[in-house]
Design a protein around this ligand. Structure first.
Ligand code: PMP
Length: 998
C-alpha cells in the first residue's frame, strides 16, 4: 500500500484534541469570522468544537438537546480540526457535506458557513471553520431508542451511503483508526492500553475471531466514500408530537474511502449502549439501510463481525485517548458506553447474528446436510408438544417447573402393556413450558434440539463416522461429516471409550427412564444452549438441524406453526396478519402495529406463541382472569346437558336473574338478558322511550356506549369516531364531559357541570321536548377512570325525573366489583338509577349482557311487542353468569380489586412525583387511569407519547392501551385477580420507561 496523502494513524499515533479554551475560541470567532459570540465547548474526541451563540444571550443547555424551539440565537459550531489533518482532508469533508446537502432531499446536513482558515493553537496551526448548526438535538446519551428511531438512524446511514457512492476527492486518501479495514492491526496496536486484563483478552479474542470472518470476504466488499461516523452522536432529529425522527447528519471528520458496509456497521454499533438495547435492537436500522442501499450477501455476512470490530476499536481507542487526554471529559465519559457496546456486540455469537441478518434480508441459509444413519431406533415413540397451543399447557400447567419431566414420565408409565420406547420433544419449538411470568426480557423458550426420555435401556450408536470428544461426564460430541452431534444425559450411562469411531459404533448405554438431550449443529457453529430467546431463534436454528431423524424419530413437521418472533424478524406472524387483512373487515383494528400472536391466557397473563408471557392490564372483560377452570367446567357441563333459548322453562336463567337483582337496590328487580353491552344500551334507550313517551336522550360528551344504531347515537367519543359530535341524530343532546381534571370546570367549580346539564334538560322540557333519559357511565371509564364530581348524578337524575325522564347508568365497564369499594359505579355517587346496563365482566369474555330495571318500566315495553333474544339468557349464558358471580364472591375479587388497586394507585402516585409527564392518576380499585400531559400547566395531552409508551411497555412484557378523547390516559383495567407482584411489575416497567425514554 502506498503512503496515504492524508493522516496515517499508524504513523502519527494518538491524536489529542487541539488545546483551545473557551476564550481562545471566542477570539477566533471574532477575529477570523467577525462573530461576536459566546463559545460553549461541545464534546469531541479528536477536534475542538464550540457552540457559538450571540454573546449577550448564551444558549441554554436545552439548545443543543431536545428543544428546537429555543435555538434562535445560535450562530453555528466553531470547529478547530486536529492539526494532524491536511487541508485536502478538510476540503474533502466540506465538499462531501455540500454534496449531500445538494443531492439528498429531506436530509439536513451540517455544511460549512465560514472558513476554513488556519489558526494558531497551543497544539500548532489548525484549520478552523464555522459549521451550520442543526437544531433539534441528537440521539446522544444512554436513553432508550425506539425501533422507529433506530430505523431512522439506518435511513440516514443509507441516505449518506447512497449519496456518497460516486463522491471522490483526494482528501479521502487517509488511514484512520476508525477505518475497519485496519481494525485488526489497530486492536493489536492499542490493546495494551486496556487496563482490565479480562476485558483486554476478551477484546483481542473477539477482534481476532471477527477479523477471521471478514478477511476471506474482504475482496468482495465494495468501497466508496464513507462518512464513518453516522452515530447517535451525529444524527440530528426533528421532534414532532413529542417523538424524535432523525433527519440530519453532522461531523464529517472521519470521512474516508473504505468498505461501504462500514457506514451501517458504525451506525448500528452506536445503538448498543442505549437503555435496553441488545443486538436484535439494531434490526430496524439494518432493514431501513437495506431498503435504500441493498446489501450484498457478502456485506450482510460481514456486518456483525464489523460491529464487533467497531466496538473493539472503540474500546481500545477510548482507553488510549483517556490515557493521553485525561482532561477530555467527552473521552472519559464515553468509556462506559464503549464497554457496553462491546459487551452487547459479543453477547450473541457473531455467526448467530450473521445467520439472523442474512435470513432477515432474504438471503436464506442452505439447510445442513445430514447423512442417513441413526443413533437410536425407538420402536414406539410419543411426541410431547410443549408449545402454547398444546393441551398439556392448559390451566397454568406451563408454570410448573418440571412439567416436561413429569409428563414424559407419566406417558412412559401409562403406556400400557406394549410400553413406549421413548417420549421426545420437538426441535425448534417455542416452549411455553420454559417461559416465565413478569419478565422484562423475553426468556429463552425455543428448543435448539430435542429431549428424549427412554422407556427402556437403550444403546446409542454413531449415526455416521467421526471424532468423539467429551465436554463433561455425561456428554459426548461426535464431530464428523461437517456436523457436531451433542448427546448429554442424566441418569446412569456407560460411555464407550475411543476417539475415532465408525458408523454404528457403540457410544453409550443408557438406563430406562434416562433423559437424553440431543443437539445437531454445523461443526463450525458455536455450542448451543438447549433453549434460546425467540428474537435470536432464527439465527441459532439456521446453524442447527433437527436431530430427530438421526435418532430414528419422526422429524418435527417443518418449523412449528406457533413459532413466533418479534415482528422485526418475524415472518410467520406477518403471514397470519396478512390472512387476517384479507378476510376480516379492516375497521376492526388491532391493538398494536406489530401485535404478538397470542393463543393462550391464564389468570392475568397472556402468552405469545413465541413463549413470551405478557402481563395483561387491559382485559376488563376477563374479570376473573383468563381460562378460569370453573367457567370451563360449568360451560362444558351445561353444553353436555342443554343449550336452548329462554322461551323454554329451565332453572339457570331464573337463578341467574334472581342473583342479579339481589345485587341491586329496589326497585331494580327485573332483568332482560341480551348478548352485549351495545344491545343492553340499545334496549335501555328503547325502554326509556317506551316508558316515558318522550323522544329525546341526553348523553355525556366523550362517551362510548356501543355500536348499534341507538347505542352509537349516544356515543360521543371522538377517539372512537372523529365525527361523533357533529353526526349525532337530532334526538341526542350532549352535555359537557364532567371532567374535573381538565374540563371547563375544575376542582370545586366542577359542580357547575351538573347545573349546566340540569339547565339543558329544563330547556328541552320548556321547548316541548322533555328527554326520555339521561344516560351516562356513573364513573367515567371512557375518559380514563375519573370519578364524576360529587353530587353530579343526584342533581342531574333529579332534574331528568322532574321532567318525566329516566336515569340510565351504563355499568358495562366500571360495574361488577372493579371499583373495589363499590360493586356498582352509581353507589359511588349515592344514587339509584332507573335502568342499569351490564355486560363485559358479566360473562368473563363470553357474550352476555343485561338490562335491569323496575317491573313498571319493564312492563312498558309491552307496547313494542314482545322481547326475545335468541341466546340472551340461554342455559349456557345463564350458567356462565352465575359462575362468574360465584367466583367473584368465592375468590374475594372485589376486595382484591380494592387492596391491589390501592397499592397500585399509591405506586403510580409516587411515580407522578418523579415523572413530569404524569399529570394525574385517576380511578378506583382496578379501574385506574394514568394521564400523560406535556405540560402540567396547560395540560397539553401527550397523545403520541402515550402510544409510544404503550409500545415500549409491550417490549417490557406489559399489555396496556390508551383511552380518552385525547388518547393520553393509560387505561388500567386488568382481570381482578391481579396480585401485588403483577401491580409492582407494571409500576416498575412504567417507571423504567418514563426514566429511560420511549
Ligand atoms: N358501554 C360502555 C361504557 C362500554 O365501554 C362498551 C364497550 N367498550 C359498551 C357499552 C359496548 O359494549 P359491547 O362491546 O359489549 O357491545
Amino acid at each position: 500500500m502506498t503512503a496515504a496523502a492524508g493522516i496515517d494513524f499508524f504513523r502519527s499515533g494518538a491524536l489529542p484534541a487541539p488545546a483551545v479554551d473557551q476564550a481562545a475560541a471566542e477570539r477566533i470567532a471574532a477575529a477570523q469570522f467577525g462573530l461576536a459570540a459566546h463559545a460553549r465547548p461541545l464534546g469531541s474526541q479528536q477536534d475542538s468544537n464550540f457552540l457559538l451563540t450571540i454573546s449577550d444571550s448564551p444558549a441554554s443547555d436545552s439548545t443543543v438537546s431536545d428543544n428546537p424551539g429555543s435555538d434562535g440565537v445560535v450562530l453555528g459550531v466553531l470547529k478547530i480540526s486536529n492539526p494532524a489533518f491536511s487541508a485536502a482532508e478538510i476540503q474533502a469533508q466540506d465538499a462531501a457535506a455540500e454534496h449531500l446537502a445538494a443531492t439528498v432531499g429531506g436530509l439536513r446536513v451540517g455544511t460549512v458557513l465560514h472558513g476554513p482558515v488556519t489558526v494558531a493553537t497551543a497544539s500548532g496551526p489548525a484549520a478552523a471553520r464555522v459549521l451550520r448548526y442543526l437544531p433539534g438535538g441528537t440521539l446522544t446519551g444512554p436513553g432508550y431508542l425506539a425501533p422507529a428511531v433506530v430505523a431512522g438512524l439506518g435511513t440516514i446511514a443509507g441516505q449518506v451511503s447512497r449519496g456518497l457512492r460516486y463522491f471522490t476527492h483526494p482528501g479521502l486518501d487517509r488511514v484512520l483508526q476508525w477505518d475497519l479495514r485496519h481494525a485488526d492491526r489497530l486492536v493489536a496496536r492499542l490493546a495494551g492500553q486496556v487496563r482490565d486484563p479480562g476485558l483486554r483478552a476478551d477484546v483481542q479474542d473477539a477482534a481476532r475471531q471477527a477479523w477471521s470472518r471478514v478477511q476471506p470476504l474482504a475482496a468482495h466488499l465494495p468501497r466508496q466514500a464513507v462518512h464513518l461516523d453516522v452515530t447517535d452522536d451525529n444524527v440530528v432529529c426533528r421532534t414532532r408530537d413529542g417523538l424524535r425522527t432523525p433527519d440530519g447528519v453532522i461531523d464529517f471528520g472521519d470521512l474516508t474511502t473504505t468498505w461501504a458496509i462500514c457506514e451501517l456497521a458504525v451506525a448500528i454499533t452506536s445503538v448498543l449502549h442505549h437503555a435496553g438495547a441488545e443486538p436484535y435492537s439494531t434490526g430496524p436500522a439494518i432493514r431501513a439501510f437495506h431498503q435504500l442501499r441493498p446489501l450484498s450477501f457478502e456485506e450482510a455476512a460481514v456486518l456483525w463481525p464489523l460491529v464487533v470490530l467497531r466496538a473493539a476499536v472503540l474500546v481500545v481507542s477510548g482507553e488510549q485517548q483517556a490515557a493521553i487526554d485525561a482532561g477530555n471529559a467527552y473521552v472519559t465519559g464515553a468509556l462506559d458506553h464503549e464497554r457496553q457496546m462491546f459487551a452487547q456486540a459479543t453477547s450473541v455469537p457473531a455467526d448467530v447474528m450473521t445467520a439472523l441478518i442474512t435470513g432477515e434480508l432474504g438471503f436464506g441459509h442452505p439447510p445442513l446436510r445430514v447423512p442417513g444413519g441413526s443413533a437410536l431406533r425407538p420402536g414406539r415413540c410419543e411426541i410431547l408438544d410443549l408449545s402454547s397451543q398444546s393441551d398439556v399447557t392448559d390451566a397454568g400447567a406451563w408454570m410448573e417447573p418440571e412439567l416436561a419431566d413429569r409428563l414424559a414420565t407419566a406417558l412412559l408409565a401409562g403406556a400400557g402393556p406394549a410400553g413406549l420406547d421413548a417420549v421426545a420433544t420437538r426441535f425448534g419449538e417455542a416452549r411455553l413450558a420454559a417461559s416465565q411470568v413478569l419478565a422484562e426480557v423475553s426468556p429463552a423458550t425455543v428448543a435448539t434440539g430435542v429431549d428424549v426420555w427412554l422407556g427402556r435401556p437403550a444403546e446409542l450408536t454413531a449415526p455416521w463416522p467421526g471424532e468423539l470428544t467429551s465436554a463433561g461426564p455425561d456428554q459426548l460430541v461426535l464431530t464428523g461429516s461437517g456436523l457436531a452431534l451433542t448427546l448429554s444425559w442424566n441418569g446412569s450411562g456407560r460411555e464407550v471409550a475411543g476417539r475415532e469411531v465408525a458408523a454404528g459404533a457403540k457410544l453409550v448405554t443408557l438406563a430406562g427412564g434416562s433423559r437424553l438431550r440431543v443437539n445437531l449443529r454445523a461443526a463450525t457453529a458455536p455450542p448451543m444452549p438447549p433453549l434460546v430467546r425467540p428474537e435470536y431463534a432464527r439465527g441459532w436454528l439456521a446453524l442447527a438441524a433437527d436431530p430427530a431423524p438421526a435418532l430414528g424419530l419422526p422429524p418435527a413437521l417443518g418449523r412449528p406453526a406457533g413459532l413466533g418472533m418479534p415482528a422485526t424478524w418475524d415472518k410467520p406472524e406477518e403471514d397470519l396478519l396478512a390472512r387476517r387483512d384479507r378476510s376480516f373487515a379492516a375497521v376492526q383494528e388491532l391493538y398494536y402495529r406489530h401485535p404478538p400472536r397470542i393463543e393462550r391466557g391464564w389468570r392475568h397473563h397472556l402468552a405469545g406463541t413465541d413463549g413470551r408471557v405478557y402481563l395483561d392490564m387491559v382485559n376488563n372483560v376477563a374479570v376473573l382472569g383468563h381460562s378460569h377452570p370453573r367457567i370451563e367446567a360449568a360451560v362444558a357441563r351445561q353444553l353436555r346437558r342443554l343449550n336452548t333459548n329462554s322461551r323454554f322453562n329451565y332453572s339457570a336463567v331464573v337463578e341467574f336473574t334472581e342473583r342479579l337483582t339481589a345485587l341491586l337496590p329496589a326497585p331494580l328487580d327485573t332483568v332482560f338478558c341480551v348478548n352485549s353491552g351495545s344491545e343492553a344500551v340499545d334496549l335501555a334507550i328503547r325502554l326509556a322511550l317506551a316508558a316515558t313517551g318522550h323522544r329525546d336522550v341526553i348523553a355525556v360528551r366523550e362517551a362510548y356506549h356501543g355500536w348499534t344504531y341507538a347505542s352509537d347515537a349516544v356515543s360521543t367519543s371522538t377517539a372512537d369516531n372523529p365525527n361523533a359530535v357533529s353526526t349525532r341524530p337530532h334526538w341526542v343532546h350532549a352535555v359537557d364531559a364532567p371532567n374535573s381534571y381538565r374540563g371547563r370546570y375544575r376542582g370545586a367549580e366542577a359542580r357547575r357541570y351538573a347545573q349546566e346539564a340540569a339547565q339543558l334538560i329544563a330547556g328541552l322540557a320548556a321547548s316541548g321536548a322533555p328527554p326520555a333519559a339521561f344516560l351516562a357511565e356513573p364513573f367515567y371509564g371512557n375518559a380514563g377512570g375519573l370519578a364524576l364530581p360529587d353530587g353530579y348524578l343526584a342533581e342531574v337524575y333529579a332534574e331528568v325525573r322532574h321532567r318525566g325522564g329516566l336515569a340510565i347508568a351504563d355499568e358495562i365497564q366500571v360495574g361488577y366489583g372493579r371499583l373495589g369499594e363499590w360493586f356498582w359505579g352509581f353507589e359511588q355517587q349515592g344514587v339509584v338509577p332507573d335502568i342499569v346496563t351490564v355486560a363485559k365482566a358479566m360473562g368473563n369474555g363470553y357474550p352476555l349482557g343485561a338490562v335491569i330495571t323496575s317491573r313498571a318500566i319493564a312492563d312498558s315495553y309491552r307496547d313494542q311487542g314482545y322481547f326475545f333474544s335468541s341466546t340472551g339468557g340461554s342455559p349456557v349464558s345463564a350458567v356462565i353468569g352465575l359462575t362468574v358471580l360465584d367466583v367473584i364472591r368465592d375468590e374475594n375479587l372485589q376486595a382484591n380489586a380494592a387492596r391491589v388497586g390501592a397499592h397500585l394507585k399509591a405506586r403510580l402516585a409516587e411515580l407522578a412525583g418523579r415523572h413530569e409527564l404524569i399529570g394525574a392518576v385517576h380511578g378506583s380499585g382496578l379501574y385506574l387511569g394514568v394521564e400523560f400531559v406535556r405540560d402540567r400547566g396547560t395540560l397539553a395531552p401527550a397523545t403520541q407519547e402515550t402510544m409510544a409508551i404503550c409500545d415500549r411497555m409491550l417490549e417490557l412484557g406489559v399489555i396496556i392501551q390508551p383511552t380518552s378523547d385525547r388518547m393520553c390516559v393509560l387505561k388500567i383495567k386488568p382481570p381482578l385477580c391481579l396480585d401485588t407482584a403483577g401491580a409492582d411489575f407494571f409500576a416498575d416497567a412504567l417507571d423504567r420507561v418514563l426514566t429511560q425514554g420511549w
